[in-house]
Design a protein around this ligand. Structure first.
Ligand code: PSU
Ligand code: MN
Length: 322
């Protein structure tokens, strides 16, 4: 292969084969595994999420950087390493080059995962909640790199909105300013991550995976600069965190964060962990319910998009190498 001056990601054989034959693939991020969920449950969840993609008829591609090499699709041992190894860092898009150059290992956030997945040719990506504009932005200027990266990356991201620890209206405004299409899935209210609704309206509502695939097709046909499509899929009401408990504990957690001077990359993991402990684990269950729903929906969207592209016929489907 000619040296183009770029570091190619290493695709797992199964993901490579699926992409070459037009089979549906769903990218999964690894920061939620390494830094967003408690051990040892995180590994069980990582495996469960890959299983949900498979039962939806798609191939899972968990993304991470291992020993300085971007990886798209991990085997069982590699997934376990991401879940258990203390030296696994948190890598946003801007951290990729330093991690590669120094041979570091890290879990990828939404920004780094979307970048690597899109570059590998993957069209659909599932996560829990996007990063966004933090409360108190006027003092800290803390806005997740997720937003700007999604504004220039062609990938469809299925999420339960943005994390409710954020300033949700400000984040919605940023998505509008940055030109990122936003679709409510089965709802005209923007989901609230742990909660089914944030109370904020969305302009566009879709109700089936085929409708999402149609938006993807229209965006492709339109051309122009690449942008993501955000599909905001609410956690079912039965699985949401009790809203009163959510509001009370979140206020406490935000105060603790400010008091201890937590900043930068540490803010999101700190808040998610404190919420989990202060809700007796209830926020974790709501988070997991949201992620599971997003992963299932992402698989259905990937299948609908692959069908639409016609390159993939279920009848001709071969079982992958994994
Ligand atoms: N969704 C979850 N849990 C998480 C995250 C998303 O349910 O831990 C992660 C994602 O990787 C997202 C990151 O990109 O949190 C945002 O971190 P920050 O605010 O530092 O950009
Ligand atoms: Mn941040």
């Amino acid at each position: 292969m000619p040296d183009t001056g770029t570091t190619a990601s290493q695709l797992s054989p199964e993901v490579r084969e699926a992409l070459a034959t037009g089979r549906p693939v769903v990218a999964l991020e690894s920061t939620i595994i390494a830094h967003g969920l408690p051990r040892p449950r995180n590994l069980a969840v990582a495996e469960e999420l890959e299983g949900l993609v498979r039962s939806g008829g798609a191939v899972p591609a968990t993304v991470a950087v291992l020993d300085g090499r971007p990886r798209v699709g991990l085997d069982k041992d590699e997934l376990a390493r991401v879940a258990r190894d203390d030296s696994v860092r948190k890598l946003g898009h801007r951290d990729l080059a330093p991690a590669i150059a120094t041979g570091a290992s890290g879990a990828t956030t939404v920004s780094a995962t979307a970048f690597l997945a899109a570059r590998a040719g993957i069209r659909v990506f599932a996560t829990g909640g996007l990063g966004g504009v933090h409360r108190g932005w006027a003092e800290t200027q803390d806005e997740s790199a997720d937003l700007r990266l999604l504004a220039r990356t062609r990938i469809t991201v299925v999420c339960a909105g943005v994390k409710s620890i954020l300033d949700v209206p400000a984040t919605l405004q940023r998505l509008e300013t940055l030109g990122v299409p936003l679709l409510g899935y089965g709802t005209d209210l923007f989901p609230g991550f742990y909660l089914s609704s944030s109370g904020e309206p969305v302009d566009w509502t879709v109700r089936t995976p085929e409708e999402v695939a149609a938006v993807m097709g229209a965006q492709d046909a339109l051309g122009g600069p690449a942008a993501a499509i955000v599909v905001a899929n609410p956690v079912p009401e039965a699985d949401q965190l009790d809203p009163a408990l959510h509001d009370r504990v979140l206020t406490e957690a935000l105060a603790a964060c400010a008091e201890r001077g937590v900043s930068g990359q540490a803010v999101t993991p700190f808040l998610l962990d404190l919420l989990m402990r202060r809700t007796g684990g209830a926020s974790l269950e709501a988070n997991l319910a949201a992620v599971r729903g997003n992963v299932r929906l992402a698989a259905r969207i990937a299948v609908a998009a692959a069908r639409k592209n016609g390159a993939w016929a279920e009848g001709a489907r071969t079982e992958g190498a994994g």
